[in-house]
Design a binder for this molecule. Structure first.
Ligand SMILES: [Zn+2]
Ligand SMILES: [Zn+2]
Length: 376
């Protein structure tokens, strides 16, 4: 009994290798057990695959053309270790287009995140810090393999190394073939008979280590510094994830930060505000002399260009805004009171009263209003 391989694939005897490939590919897509669970289709799939196995091989095709059958045993016997998967892979690339076979034990590790608190000065100028991280690192005893000594992984007895199990399920749509990870080897295709005693087969151990990191100038609360490959090492020799260091900037007793601008307030005695003076302010860059002009009013601000916080990119710095608050003296002694009264008299400010009362209620309110108008 001879089978017509050309007829099975639906090509004529003179078909080119390319035509044969195309014809098989078309049929395989219709008949492959993954798409078509019908037993008749599966039988036909075996037959067209056998035909393709012969006709796609120039030597076997020639043997067949002269009357021999290179397959001899015919179809369906399953002899010769014929693997449909191989054929499908050759056509559809990779793993038959649909993650097949055992998965690898090695996986990339997870990213890790730690937060560190720094002061304003470190955030503005950058700093070097030692941080302690607690992450999974490669097990030194097994170098990440997870195996004890020289032992080797053993092919899984349940799935024969395929890592997956196929199961036929009946549904109202017909039989459906499902594939799931092998429960014996968790889909790895192999089992580890003698796991490493240090890491119990995981290939990694938790380690606390100290590392030095560079904090760039201009970081702010919420800035994350990425350290590639310093995160958790993956299981069984997988590459490490990244480590993210998140910055928390501690509040400063004097300066308040808004982006790259800094703000602070400075109290100026009434006399200094009136007469003008110089105030020395300790900035992040060291002492700065502030020139308080005569007649300075409460609420005015002095701007020190480039003395603020740094920008993370570009390197420039923002400004420092110094808000001046004029302080009126309290608890005047007799002599000071006399002097101020004299000053008030000289400036005719003692006369600004609504009804000649000596208390601050009426006159005070009136002067405030008057001053407010005079300032415009
Ligand atoms: Zn180990
Ligand atoms: Zn298995």
């Amino acid at each position: 009994m001879s089978t017509d391989y050309y007829a099975l694939l639906g090509v004529d005897k003179g078909a080119t290798a390319d035509e044969i490939k195309k014809a098989y590919r078309k049929l395989a897509r219709e008949l492959h057990p993954d798409v078509n669970p019908d037993p008749v289709a599966q039988e036909k799939f075996k037959m067209v695959t056998a035909a393709y196995e012969v006709l796609s091989d120039a030597e076997k095709r020639q043997m067949y053309d002269v009357g021999g059958d290179p397959r001899q045993g015919g179809f369906g016997g399953g002899q010769g270790g014929f693997d449909f998967g191989d054929i499908m892979d050759a056509f559809f690339g990779g793993n038959g287009g649909n993650q097949r076979g055992p998965r690898t034990r090695a996986r990339r590790g997870q990213d890790a995140l730690i937060r560190i608190q720094i002061d304003l000065s470190a955030a503005v100028f950058g700093a070097t810090r030692d941080i302690t991280v607690d992450t999974a690192t490669t097990c030194g005893a097994c170098s990440g393999s997870g195996m004890d000594g020289d032992s080797q992984p053993v092919v899984c007895a349940m799935c024969k190394g395929r890592g997956e199990m196929q199961q036929m399920q009946r549904s109202f749509l017909g039989n459906i073939m499902t594939t799931r990870a092998c429960p014996n080897c968790q889909g790895f295709g192999t089992t580890i008979a003698h796991p490493c005693h240090e890491c119990s087969g995981d290939g990694r151990v938790r380690t606390r280590r100290t590392m030095t990191i560079q904090i760039p100038a201009g970081v702010d609360t919420g800035t994350r510094i990425q350290l590639t490959g310093e995160g958790e090492v993956g299981p069984n020799g997988g590459s490490a994830g990244d480590l993210y260091v998140e910055i928390v900037q501690a509040s400063h007793p004097v300066f308040e930060r808004h982006g790259d601008e800094l703000h602070c307030s400075v109290e100026v005695p009434m006399t200094s505000a009136a007469l003008g003076s110089t105030i020395t302010l300790e900035t992040l860059d060291g002492p700065e002399d502030l020139d308080v002009k005569p007649g300075t009013q409460s609420g005015e601000q002095l701007i020190l260009r480039g003395k603020g916080a740094a920008r993370l990119r570009g390197g420039q710095r923002g400004d420092l805004h110094v808000h001046l608050e004029v302080r009126v003296p309290t608890n005047l002694d007799a002599e000071q009171t006399e002097l101020l009264k004299k000053l008030a008299s000289l400036r005719s400010e003692d006369a600004i009263r609504v009804s000649g009362e000596s208390d601050e209620n009426g006159g005070g309110l009136f002067s405030r209003l008057k001053d407010a108008f005079n300032q415009k």
